[in-house]
Design a protein. Structure first.
Ligand SMILES: Nc1ncnc2c1ncn2[C@@H]1O[C@H](COP(=O)(O)OP(=O)(O)OP(=O)(O)O)[C@@H](O)[C@H]1O
Ligand SMILES: [Mg+2]
Lengths: 267, 271
């Protein structure tokens, strides 16, 4: 019986009951929280090393009350979305064309491949020299961090589109332009959304690094200030807020896919 | 009209890895209007390449294809193609898939829908108009692909092993369905298959291709009465044709695998 259950749970790709799925997720999350409570309230670690949940809660209320948390969140969100949207608006069409038109690939592939192995963090000092430590510099870091990765990933999505779809379209009378707009673009959409979802996660990393290096506001700056003032609880507030913002973005991408591309989720 | 003339067509592929591969070598065929022509041949002999040339998706190295005397120089809606891999647009519903050719051709929406629904019904998929391809079985997907190409009303139908991926029951149902449609719609068909029974059951004429470089090595006028019922496969004439096709194909397939026929005198000996 137990062996039977184990066998069912560990069969690749076999669906499990929705309630069981939620139950497992909740159990793991609560266990982690319980472990945190035990080591802090049980006095196993010092509060200056790992603050207790209530201390983090207090810090959350305090930063919320003085308005600083929301200010930093607003700054970070504005920076990340500006950089991310600017990058996506250019990288998506360019990547699609690079993957399907040899001439576009020939033109930009060398530059893209050079830039994509250059860690954007190495460019931060230069960017600071050029455009300072304000909003524009953060946008530039996010942009340069995800742009070349997005192009390469999306070019790959575009190159993977089944050639038979183009052939069949031509024999149904489609022109080259119609093949691009009615076949190539829709065929790449699921891969494009997945790429955006993945690179959004990377964008957070680049933004926080940039804010840690030099900034006067933003969540990374808030964390750095908390470190200097020896307020580990506030550091945790920053970390949790970033985590939840990421989670929310991911959910938006997930629902956008189900809504905009129903054919990828129907069965 | 849909007379297909293939005139001394050759096709070479040049690749760095394999050098020059001659896929087709001065191949000629003349397929009269409304004929159901079937091509069989060993794997890799150039059958798909030949259909691609007639479709205008690739250019011959020399020679040319004509449809009703007009030289083929590019793909067009007058030559519809059905692939083994169904090739439906996964983001479009069944109805929108079938409407695709009509939509790119600029037919107004109401007429387009009316025609699509008629063809969906003809392949027995009424009730699935709003389903997405992922929700259909392989046989159903291939029926959508057939409805899609027929809705476009091409003069010539090019079919590259359309039933190759289906199980044998589904395949024989699809064969009957296709014959029914072809008898009603009267189109020229160029049908590629590996299955000898399928070739003889469907075709007016069966062309046998040699191992690469592909040439026509035998032409069989099937001459079985139509409409055909599936039990003709046991008729004497059918069996006679089948023996002839198998004999020609067998030696060609051996050539493609670099095998020589076993010497009857030494069979069983090990060397
Ligand atoms: N794009 C290509 N580049 C190089 N060689 C090719 C290309 N397409 C086909 N060939 C070669 O041309 C020959 C004929 O290929 P083709 O696909 O027409 O064969 P086929 O008769 O359809 O085979 P099968 O029955 O396996 O589908 C093969 O030897 C193949 O290796
Ligand atoms: Mg083939």
């Amino acid at each position: 019986m137990a062996a039977n259950l184990l066998e069912r749970l560990f069969t690749p790709k076999r669906p499990i009951a929705r309630n069981l799925e939620i139950g497992i997720g909740v159990t793991v999350a609560t266990s982690l929280f319980a472990a945190w409570c035990i080591v802090t309230y049980g006095g196993l670690v010092k509060a200056s090393f790992l603050p207790a949940p209530d201390a983090v809660g207090d810090a959350f209320v305090a930063t919320l009350a003085d308005g600083s948390l929301l200010k930093h969140v607003r700054v970070s969100l504005l920076e990340i979305y500006t950089g991310f949207v600017l990058s996506s608006v250019i990288a998506v069409p360019l990547g699609i064309f690079m993957g399907s038109f040899r001439v576009v690939a020939a033109a930009i592939e060398p530059v893209v491949n050079f830039m994509r192995y250059l860690p954007v963090t190495a460019l931060i000092p230069l960017l600071i020299l050029w455009i300072g430590i304000g909003f524009e510099e953060k946008v530039a870091v996010v942009f340069l961090g995800v742009f070349f990765q997005q192009i390469v990933l999306i070019a790959d999505v575009s190159a993977q589109v089944n050639d038979d779809l183009f052939k069949v379209s031509y024999t149904l009378g489609a022109s080259r332009r119609q093949v691009v707009t009615r076949v190539l673009l829709p065929a790449t959409m699921p891969g494009v959304l997945d790429t955006l979802r993945i690179t959004m996660g990377w964008a957070w990393t680049f933004l926080i690094v940039a804010e840690l290096v030099a900034a006067s506001s933003g969540l990374g700056y808030m964390i750095l200030q908390a470190m200097r003032g020896l307020h580990p609880a506030t550091i945790f507030v920053g970390i949790f807020v970033i985590g939840f913002l990421g989670l929310a973005t991911d959910l938006v991408f997930k629902y956008a896919k189900a809504l905009l591309l129903p054919w990828t989720t129907v069965r | 009209m849909g007379r297909v003339s293939i005139e001394e067509v050759s096709l070479e592929f040049r690749t760095r890895r394999t050098g020059t591969i001659v896929a087709l070598d001065s191949l000629s065929m003349e397929i009269p209007d409304k004929q159901f022509a079937v091509i069989v041949g060993p794997s890799g002999c150039g059958k798909s390449s030949l259909l691609t040339l007639v479709a205008g998706l690739n250019d011959a190295s020399s020679g040319c294809c004509r449809v009703d005397g007009r030289v083929v120089n590019g793909p067009g809606a007058d030559r519809g193609m059905v692939f083994q891999s169904y090739s439906l647009f996964p983001w479009l519903t069944v109805r929108k898939n079938v409407e695709f050719g009509l939509a790119v051709g600029g037919l107004p929406a109401p007429e387009r829908t009316e025609r699509a629904l008629r063809h969906i019904e003809a392949v027995g998929l009424s009730g699935f108009e709003d389903a997405y391809p992922v929700q259909l079985s392989g046989g159903m997907q291939q029926r959508v692909a057939i409805a899609r190409v027929l809705a476009n009303d091409p003069e010539v139908l090019l079919m590259d092993e359309p039933f190759g991926a289906l199980d044998s029951q589904t395949r024989s149902i699809m064969q009957e369905l296709l014959l029914g449609i072809w008898e009603r719609e009267q189109k020229t068909v160029l049908f590629v298959t590996h299955d000898i029974d399928e070739a003889l059951y469907l075709g007016d004429v069966v062309y046998i291709m040699s191992a690469r470089p592909g040439r026509i090595i035998d032409t069989i006028e099937v001459g079985l009465a139509r409409p055909r019922r599936y039990d003709i496969v046991t008729s004497e004439r059918f069996v006679g044709h089948k023996r002839r096709v198998m004999a020609s194909l067998h030696s060609e397939v051996q050539k493609t695998m670099n095998l020589t026929p076993p010497d009857p005198g030494e069979s069983g000996s090990t060397s």
